[in-house]
Ligand binder design. Structure first.
Ligand code: RP5
Length: 157
């Protein structure tokens, strides 16, 4: 299954390219779209309503400021939505974070850290790996290497 990376603006790409890179590293098919909940609401609705039929298994939704993109998409699909709050100029991303994490009961959006693009991709991989043994094995290997890197970096005094 594919992962969709949706961003509210092209200005989010500097942050979100890390998600695309991570998905690529794991060999997970993905596509990147600029869709805004307020600038292109019809497109947002169309994408969310057809995402499952179009072969997507997870949607990553990145937005900054009044970051309602993830919640709007989530209201129109039962696919898991992973929200990435983009650091905003005015409030350093606290506005984005709270807009995504404080979803009212009934329509969940999993919220990553501010600018947490890489973890969004990893979390999407975790979800897809539930039904994909080869992908699950890649995650185990990623964790093993990550642990080894820390152990190798231990400084002796
Ligand atoms: C949001 O507004 C976008 O996700 C972006 O983070 C923020 C600013 O957008 P631009 O004014 O840079 O297009 O919708």
């Amino acid at each position: 299954m594919k992962v969709a990376i949706i961003m509210g603006s092209t200005s989010d790409w500097g942050t979100m390219s890390a998600a695309a890179e991570t998905l690529k590293e794991f060999g997970v098919e993905n596509s990147v779209h600029v869709i805004s909940a307020h600038r292109t609401p019809d497109l947002a609705a169309d994408f969310a309503k057809n995402a499952k039929a179009n072969g997507y298994g997870v949607i990553i939704a990145a937005a900054g400021g009044a970051a309602h993109l993830g919640g709007v998409l989530a209201s129109m699909t039962t696919l898991p939505i992973i929200g990435v709050p983009i650091k905003s100029k005015a409030l350093g991303g606290m506005d984005s974070l709270l807009s995504i994490v404080q979803m009212p009961s009934g329509i969940p959006v999993a919220t990553m850290a501010i600018d947490g693009a890489k973890n969004a991709a990893l979390y999407a991989i975790h979800i897809l790996a539930l039904n994909d043994e080869a992908l699950s094995a890649k995650l185990d290997e990623f964790r093993r290497k990550q642990t080894q890197k820390v152990l190798d970096a231990t400084i002796e005094s």
